[in-house]
Design a protein around this ligand. Structure first.
Ligand code: 5AD
Length: 348
């Protein structure tokens, strides 16, 4: 059903690994054509609009040891977890800003399940039920995921980071299969599910990026992202080169062509290789932007991208959308599109 709904816009001969690899390499006029097509598909299936999300970072405690990430467990620094009251206060400010999607983001830790189970019903109350609760909390077992769903979570983002099994194991110290199995559980349990790739990890092959383009559709994911690799201070990859912005944008455009109805964010990390990078994301077919609502006093305590990560504020998000000629979808509008009739499929 989901897969049918998201039928690729591309003719079969343009979905082959070779054709996708060629699109990933597009530059100059070929890239302009790729982006034009991606935007046309977005506008046809979704409109010239973007979902606005609000993210609240709830903890930087993490049990994983991903080589690219400053939150990795080996890093000995004072970890920080929000208390429920502070998260609810932040949720209140998301509500006041008119934003209809609340994302709770945190490192991978069992404790985030308990905290979220307490928070989700209260967040729903703040919004009188008119909210999409999105979680980004890493791998969890099926029983926990089911509890979170029953508590009122709607959606979940679990990036595969890289779909290359060997590179995944090297980067994340965990089997790709484990990660993908968790994503399958999410889909199975009825979460609207997001996956995503980091572009430019050291040792990443073109062939695996082709896999990253195909994987979301294969899984039936409704959300997907591509993010440039940012060499983070305090990580073993601090000295590696930054991911290529154009390659990242090309992957976003290919994801759009393969998944016309998907939610594809212009992630904050796009601003790191180039200021204005998020606006380019919308040129490549994105339709989501996320504003950071972590209380100001706590923000500096989070290490997700290190101290120099790009934090998206409301003004920046709205200016980016305006520059790209995109209308922001607030409140109910932001999640009501999930319930739009599937026969919107013009040209399918
Ligand atoms: N570059 C890009 N993305 C990163 N993440 C963490 N570190 C980096 C980095 N250096 C992303 C990962 C992870 C999320 C918490 O942040 O995709 O899932």
């Amino acid at each position: 059903m989901n897969r049918k709904m998201q039928n690729s816009h591309l003719a079969p001969h343009r979905q082959t690994p070779m054709a996708i690899a060629e699109m990933l390499d597009a530059s100059g006029a070929a890239q302009t054509r790729l982006f034009d097509e991606a935007r046309e598909v977005r506008d046809t299936y979704f409109g010239r609009s973007a979902v606005v999300r609000g993210v609240i970072e709830i903890t930087d405690v993490c049990v994983k040891s991903c080589l690219y990430c400053p939150m990795r467990v080996e890093n000995r620094y004072k970890r920080y977890s929000q208390n429920a009251g502070d998260v609810l206060e932040a949720a209140e400010s998301v509500y006041q800003a008119g934003v209809g999607v609340v994302a709770l983001q945190g490192g991978e830790t069992p404790a985030s399940t308990r905290l979220s189970l307490r928070l989700i019903p209260k967040i729903r109350e703040v919004f009188a039920g008119n909210v999409e609760v999105l979680l980004c909390l890493g791998n969890k077992d099926r029983v926990e995921l089911k509890e979170l769903k029953q508590a009122g979570a709607d959606s979940y983002i679990l990036k595969q980071e890289t779909s290359d099994p060997e590179l995944h194991l090297e980067m994340c110290g965990e089997d790709l299969d484990t990660r993908v199995a968790c994503a399958k559980d999410l889909i199975d349990l009825g979460f609207r599910t997001g996956v995503g790739a980091i572009v430019g990890l050291p040792g990443q092959s073109r062939a695996s990026l082709v896999r990253d383009a195909i994987l979301p559709g294969e899984l039936g994911a409704q959300m997907m992202s591509a993010s440039p690799f940012i060499p983070a201070a305090n990580s073993p990859l601090a000295g590696s080169p930054m991911g290529d912005l154009n390659l990242t944008l090309n992957l976003m455009a290919v994801m759009r062509l393969l998944n016309p109805r998907a939610l594809i964010p212009a992630v904050s990390a796009l601003e790191k290789p180039q200021s204005g990078g998020q606006a380019l994301g919308f040129k490549a077919g994105a339709n989501v932007i996320t504003i950071n609502f972590t209380p100001e006093r706590d923000r500096s305590k989070y290490a997700i991208y290190g101290a120099d990560r790009f934090v998206v504020r409301r003004e920046h998000a709205l200016a980016t959308l305006e520059k790209a000629g995109i209308e922001p979808l607030f409140g109910r509008e932001a999640f009501a599109f999930w319930h739009r009739p599937a026969n919107l499929n013009v040209g399918a």
